[in-house]
Design a binder for this molecule. Structure first.
Ligand SMILES: [Zn+2]
Length: 142
C-alpha cells in the first residue's frame, strides 16, 4: 500500500503533509493479520467508487491482505484534493472476522471535503462500494 503526498503548493500543503503523516503513522502502528487474526489466511477487499458530483473517475481497487501484512483497513480517499477524508473499513472488517463471516459488503461515504481556492469548501461525498471476502485456515485437527 502506498500513500502519496500530493504536491500542490498553496495553503493546503501543510495540511496534506500532516494528513499523509497521520496515515503513515496509523499504518506503522497496526499489528499484522497473523498476530491479530491468526485464523485468516487471506482477506480480499474490493472496492469501486461512485462520484455523486462527477468530478473524476476512480478506478476500482483490490487489496489482498495476507497474514504477514498489516491489519490495516482504512483507505485514503482517491481524490487527491480531499481533506480529512478516507474510508474506514476496520469496524466492518473486524466485525466480519470476529463473527467468522466469509463475506460482507456495503457502502461508505467519504467524510472529507475539498477547498477550492476561490470558493466555499465542497463536501467530498465520494461513495465506496466495498466487498470483503475472507478465507480462513482449515481448523487444525490435533
Ligand atoms: Zn474524499
Amino acid at each position: 500500500m502506498r500513500f502519496s503526498t500530493p504536491d500542490r503548493g498553496g495553503r493546503n500543503t501543510d495540511t496534506f503533509k500532516r494528513q499523509s503523516e497521520q496515515w503513515r503513522h496509523a499504518y506503522a502502528q497496526a499489528g499484522t493479520m497473523g498476530e491479530l487474526f491468526p485464523k485468516v489466511e487471506e482477506l480480499l477487499i474490493a472496492s469501486t467508487f461512485v462520484d455523486p458530483i462527477s468530478l473524476g473517475h476512480y478506478s476500482p481497487r483490490q487489496h489482498i491482505i495476507f497474514p504477514a501484512a498489516k491489519a490495516f483497513f482504512a483507505f485514503a480517499c482517491p481524490r487527491t484534493l480531499c481533506l480529512h477524508g478516507g474510508f474506514r473499513l476496520e469496524e466492518v472488517v473486524i466485525k466480519a472476522l470476529k463473527a467468522g463471516k466469509v463475506s460482507a459488503s456495503g457502502t461508505l461515504e467519504c467524510p472529507g471535503h475539498m477547498e477550492p481556492p476561490e470558493s466555499q469548501p465542497v463536501p467530498c461525498s465520494l461513495r465506496m462500494d466495498y466487498r470483503i471476502d475472507v478465507r480462513y485456515a482449515p481448523s487444525k485437527k490435533r
